[in-house]
Design a protein around this ligand. Structure first.
Ligand SMILES: Cc1cc2nc3c(=O)[nH]c(=O)nc-3n(C[C@H](O)[C@H](O)[C@H](O)COP(=O)(O)OP(=O)(O)OC[C@H]3O[C@@H](n4cnc5c(N)ncnc54)[C@H](O)[C@@H]3O)c2cc1C
Length: 487
C-alpha cells in the first residue's frame, strides 16, 4: 500500500532517470481534464503525473506500478473527448507528449519511425517537405499526438478514402503492464505487409491505453497527391443530401472527404463569418477529391453533375484560393456553433456517433427531435461519407437542470446510433463515458475483449475505468484511493 502521493512521487523520482515527476496539486489540476464534458463536471486529478522521457523509464514505471497495483493512465495531448486520458481511479498519469522525436523518414520504403508524442500536424509538415503524407486527417491536427491517434484509432475527414489511423500503423513498440517491452509487426521489419502470426498491431490500435503503452510507432506514409479539387452542394432537404452521397459512390467515385454541416451549423457559420453569406439550406455538403490534376478535375466535374438535380446550388473548384474559401465554413464550424447561443458552453458528450450512410437523413431528423424534446439546441456536422456525425449540444453549464438534461441527450443519441445499426463512437473512443453502452454494443464479443485485457494486464493497472469496467459506481473513480486508505 502507498503511504501518500508525496511518497509515491519520491519513489518515482528515485526510480526514473529521464522523466519529470509532478506532485504539486496546482500542476496536477491540469491533468484532471481532457476535452470531454465528463471531465468538465467530474475532474479527476491523479496522485502523481509523470512526463515520460524514455522507453526505459516507461518500462521501469510500469514494473513498479504493476508490483504495487497502482493505476497508470497513458496520456498524449488530452484532446480526447471520452475522458480516456484522465485517471478516473487515481494513481499515475503518464504523459508521453515529450517523447516527440521523428526518428526517421524512410522515403524508399514509405515509412516513418516516430515517438508517440509527435503532434500530427508536425509530422505532416515534416513529411510534406519530402512530398509525402500520413493521410489520417483529424480536426485536432495541431493538438493530437500520433500515440493518442493510434490508441483511439482516430479517423478524421479523409477516412472515407484512406481509412483510419490503424490502416497506417505497421508496427508498435509497446510497454506491457508488467514493464516488458515488445515490438509488434515483426522485430526490425520494414515490410509494408505481413501475415506472420496474430496481428497484435491491430489489437493494440484502438485499445485506449488499456493494453499497453506505445513508446514508438512505425507508420506507413504515401506520396502527397499532386492535386485536389472541391465540390460544394447546398440542399433544401436532408434526404437530398444523403441521396447525393450515395449517387456519387454509385457514379464510381471515392472522394477523399465528404463532409456535412446542417442548417443550424450554416446559421452559426454565417454569424461567425458573415462574409461567407451561405444561403439558407437544410444541409451543406463538401466533396474533396485528390489525385492527378486532370483526374481530380474530372471527378469534381462529375460529382457536380451527379448532385446538381438534387441540390439548390453546386460549385466546384481546383483553384487553391477558392478551395480555401469553400473549406472555410467547415473548418470554423466547431468554434462557430457557440455563437448560436451567446454565453453557452458546447458539451462534448454524445458527440461522435456513426450510423449507416443510408440512414443519415433519418438520424439527423431524430437528433432534431431529441433536441426539441430536451430543449437543448444541437447543431450537427460530420464525416457523412462514412456516416460519422458530431452533434454539438449548447448548454448553460451553470444551470444544473441543463447539465442533467444534456446527459440525457447524450444517452438518447447513443441509443439512437445503436437503433440505427451504428456505433456510439465513430472515432473518439469509449473512454470512461461510453462504457455503459459496451455490453449492448458488443454482447459476447465484450467478453472476448475482457479476456484479452485480463491476459495482458492481469492486475488491471492500465487505464482502469475505461472500456471494460462494468461497475457503474466507479465512474466517479476513486476505487484505488479507497482501497489504499487515507493518503
Ligand atoms: C477540436 C477537436 C477536433 C477533433 N477532431 C477529431 C477528428 O477529426 N477525428 C478523430 O478521430 N478525433 C478527433 N478529436 C479527438 C482527439 O483529438 C483524438 O481522439 C486524438 O486521437 C487524441 O489524441 P491525444 O494525443 O490528445 O490523446 P489523449 O486524449 O491524450 O488520449 C486518448 C487516449 O489514448 C491513450 N493514449 C495516449 N497516448 C498513448 C500512448 N502513447 N500509449 C498508449 N495509450 C495512449 C490515452 O490513455 C487515452 O485513452 C478531436 C478533438 C478535438 C478537441
Amino acid at each position: 500500500m502507498i503511504a501518500s502521493a508525496a511518497s509515491l512521487a519520491a519513489d518515482l523520482r528515485a526510480l526514473l532517470t529521464a522523466s519529470k515527476v509532478i506532485d504539486n496539486p496546482v500542476e496536477l489540476a491540469t491533468y484532471a481534464y481532457d476535452a470531454s464534458f465528463f471531465t468538465q463536471i467530474h475532474p479527476h486529478p491523479p496522485e502523481v503525473a509523470v512526463i515520460a522521457g524514455s522507453r526505459e523509464d516507461v518500462s521501469a514505471l510500469a514494473r513498479f506500478a504493476h508490483a504495487r497495483g497502482i493505476p497508470v493512465t497513458p496520456r498524449g495531448a488530452a484532446s480526447g473527448q471520452a475522458a480516456g486520458s484522465v485517471a478516473v481511479q487515481g494513481g499515475i498519469v503518464l504523459s508521453l507528449h515529450a517523447m516527440d522525436r521523428i526518428l526517421e523518414i524512410d522515403r524508399a520504403n514509405l515509412q516513418a519511425i516516430v515517438e508517440p508524442g509527435v503532434v500530427h500536424a508536425r509530422l505532416n509538415e515534416t513529411l510534406g517537405r519530402e512530398r509525402l503524407i500520413f493521410p489520417p486527417d483529424l480536426g485536432s491536427t495541431r493538438m493530437a499526438t500520433v500515440g493518442g491517434m493510434a490508441s483511439t484509432n482516430a479517423h478524421g475527414m479523409r477516412a472515407v478514402k484512406y481509412g483510419p489511423t490503424g490502416s497506417w500503423v505497421l508496427g508498435l513498440e509497446v510497454v506491457l503492464a508488467d514493464g516488458t517491452v515488445i515490438e509488434t509487426g515483426s522485430i526490425g521489419s520494414r515490410a509494408k505487409q505481413s501475415s506472420s502470426g496474430l496481428d497484435l498491431t491491430k489489437a493494440f490500435v484502438g485499445s485506449e491505453g488499456t493494453l499497453g503503452i506505445f513508446t514508438r510507432l512505425r507508420l506507413k506514409v504515401m506520396p502527397l497527391p499532386p492535386a485536389r479539387a472541391l465540390v460544394l452542394g447546398l440542399f433544401d432537404r436532408l434526404e437530398s443530401a444523403g441521396e447525393s452521397v450515395q449517387a456519387v459512390f454509385a457514379a464510381g467515385i471515392t472522394p477523399s472527404a465528404i463532409e456535412i454541416v446542417d442548417q443550424r451549423c450554416i446559421q452559426a457559420i454565417n454569424l461567425y463569418r458573415p462574409a461567407l453569406r451561405l444561403p439558407e439550406a437544410e444541409a451543406l455538403l463538401l466533396f474533396e477529391v485528390d489525385g492527378a490534376p486532370a483526374g481530380a478535375r474530372w471527378e469534381a466535374e462529375k460529382i457536380a453533375e451527379t448532385i446538381r438535380s438534387r441540390a439548390t446550388r453546386t460549385e466546384w473548384s481546383d483553384e487553391p484560393g477558392r478551395m480555401a474559401a469553400l473549406w472555410e465554413g467547415r473548418s470554423v464550424v466547431g468554434a462557430a456553433i457557440g455563437l448560436l447561443r451567446p454565453g453557452a458552453n458546447r458539451a462534448y458528450c454524445g458527440e461522435d456517433i456513426c450510423v449507416p450512410v443510408a440512414r443519415i437523413p433519418e438520424t439527423l431528423r431524430e437528433i432534431q427531435r431529441i433536441s426539441a424534446e430536451f430543449t437543448i439546441p444541437i447543431a450537427t456536422y460530420g464525416h457523412i461519407g462514412n456516416g460519422n456525425l458530431h452533434p454539438g449540444h449548447l448548454i448553460d453549464a451553470r444551470d444544473p437542470s441543463e447539465v442533467a438534461r444534456v446527459q440525457k441527450v447524450a444517452d438518447a443519441i447513443h441509443d439512437l446510433a445503436l437503433r440505427m445499426g451504428g456505433t456510439t463512437t465513430g472515432e473518439h473512443g469509449v473512454g470512461a463515458v461510453r462504457r455503459p453502452f459496451m455490453e449492448r454494443e458488443h454482447g459476447a464479443a465484450l467478453g472476448a475483449m475482457r479476456a484479452i485485457k485480463r491476459a495482458l494486464d492481469p492486475r488491471g493497472i492500465l487505464n482502469p475505468g475505461k472500456i471494460f469496467a462494468d461497475d457503474p459506481g466507479d465512474e466517479q473513480g476513486d476505487s484505488w484511493r479507497q482501497a489504499r486508505g487515507p493518503g
